[in-house]
Design a protein around this ligand. Structure first.
Ligand SMILES: Nc1ncnc2c1ncn2[C@@H]1O[C@H](COP(=O)(O)OP(=O)(O)OP(=O)(O)O)[C@@H](O)[C@H]1O
Ligand SMILES: Nc1ccn([C@@H]2O[C@H](COP(=O)(O)O)[C@@H](O)[C@H]2O)c(=O)n1
Length: 374
């Protein structure tokens, strides 16, 4: 049975994030219509041949990292003004969504592309929130260019804004959902969308049953999300899952990632000062970046400590058997109560310092552990 959910809203209101996670949870297909424009822009900018295979994989895809830089975004906006391209993409979306269940997001979806969608959501968020999100998302880009990009996109969406102003909004969209900064995360907005969709859909006999299993599955999670569970994206590992060398490599790569992120956030922070000149409120964005800076700096410190301790632990360890001219083997007693084998006797043992040659190492250990100078 066809059942489409159309999600509309200005740029950076969270259409893609919310739409994608909604589709995953409902087991619907997903289309980010903007991705088609980004994709065409990518091939246009890079002057490469159109790749039908990649084009086909845009369905059910939300990860547009390759196509998400600002120059691609600007080009996408330019291409979207070409009526022929728009018409081709819109026809494609209409055709695809005739058969299965889809969540489709993008400009004009609720009004022009899928006016008959069974369920419509309009997402909203204020300008500063949207600007802040984009700065965080494209942290290496200059916020002044981001500002320009958002204004261009909002300009593209004038017809949507006018259309929504003119008509009775509730007739067009079942609910308007505020996806502002103060909402916990887009995940909780997704879950509240599900609740609204399931409640509304159950009222209509036509759709009854479609969401039954979704309600069962997600109602418990919704409550968890509301009470403030935060998911952490940090990578952790356990000793038994990984060889020591892999662990060391991962530590080094995590450390260098945190250094790079810290640098990016610092640059973004200094760029924001320029944007403030336009009287754009950037306090929230600055706070968010400052929080990220603290997180990255703590992570950097943690990784550094772990690397140092790994390097100390993984130093070469040897037993040394010194034999005196009288054919005696000196032994020592372990006197540190906090170490293993306290009160036992042993021959000199220990870890080689990284810059020591073997002779120096043996001489040092024998001196430290038996008092004999060689
Ligand atoms: N409630 C939220 N809280 C924090 N960040 C959010 C929230 N919703 C979305 N975001 C973040 O905002 C950024 C933009 O979101 P997204 O790409 O989903 O918006 P969009 O409406 O699809 O934008 P566009 O129309 O330009 O494609 C992403 O980095 C996303 O993770
Ligand atoms: N249905 C759509 C979706 C997007 N556009 C325009 O394409 C550009 C890129 O889209 P994003 O919102 O994903 O960045 C942008 O200018 C959109 O307005 C469109 O015309 N129709």
């Amino acid at each position: 049975m066809t059942f489409n959910i159309a999600i509309d809203g200005l740029t950076t209101t969270g259409k893609t994030s919310i739409g994608y996670s909604l589709a995953k949870r409902l087991n619907f297909n997903f289309i980010d219509s903007g991705l088609f424009y980004h994709y065409l822009a990518y091939y246009n900018i890079n002057s490469t041949n159109f790749n039908q295979h990649t084009y086909n994989t845009l369905i059910n895809c939300s990860n547009s990292n390759t196509f998400s830089s600002l120059d691609i975004s600007q080009k996408a906006s330019e291409l979207s003004k070409d009526e022929e391209i728009r018409s081709l993409i819109n026809q494609e979306i209409k055709k695809l969504t005739k058969e299965k269940r889809f969540v489709v997001v993008g400009r004009d979806i609720t009004t022009n592309i899928l006016p008959d969608a069974e369920f419509k959501i309009l997402l909203s968020a204020d300008f500063e929130t949207r600007f802040g999100r984009r700065v965080m998302q494209l942290v290496e880009e200059n916020p002044q260019n981001i500002l320009y990009d958002i204004i261009t996109h909002d300009n593209d969406s004038k017809s949507l804004i006018n259309c929504l102003k003119k008509i009775n909004f509730c007739k067009r969209c079942k609910k308007s959902i505020d996806n502002n900064f103060d909402s916990e995360s887009y995940k909780s907005t997704t879950l509240s969308s599900i609740t609204i969709i399931t409640e509304e859909s159950q009222k209509s006999l036509k759709n009854k049953g479609i969401f039954d299993d979704v309600i069962k599955k997600y109602s418990a999670k919704y409550i968890t999300s509301q009470s403030g569970t935060v998911e952490n994206d940090n990578i952790f590992w356990s000793d038994n899952e990984m060889q020591m060398d892999d662990k060391y490599r991962l530590l080094l790569s995590n450390y260098s990632l945190t250094c790079k992120l810290e640098e990016k956030y610092l640059v973004a922070l200094s760029h924001l000062t320029l944007v403030e000149k336009y009287s754009i409120p950037v306090k929230e964005t600055k706070n968010a970046i400052e929080t990220q800076l603290i997180i990255q700096s703590n992570l950097k410190k943690k990784y550094k400590e772990m690397i140092t301790s790994y390097e100390i632990d993984s130093r070469e360890f040897s037993l040394i058997v010194p034999i005196t001219s009288k054919k005696q083997i000196p032994i020592s007693k372990r006197i540190n109560p906090n170490k293993n084998y306290f009160d036992y006797y042993n021959i000199p043992t220990g870890k080689k310092e990284r810059d020591e040659i073997y002779d120096e190492y043996a001489i040092r250990e024998i001196k430290e552990e038996t008092g004999i100078t060689i």
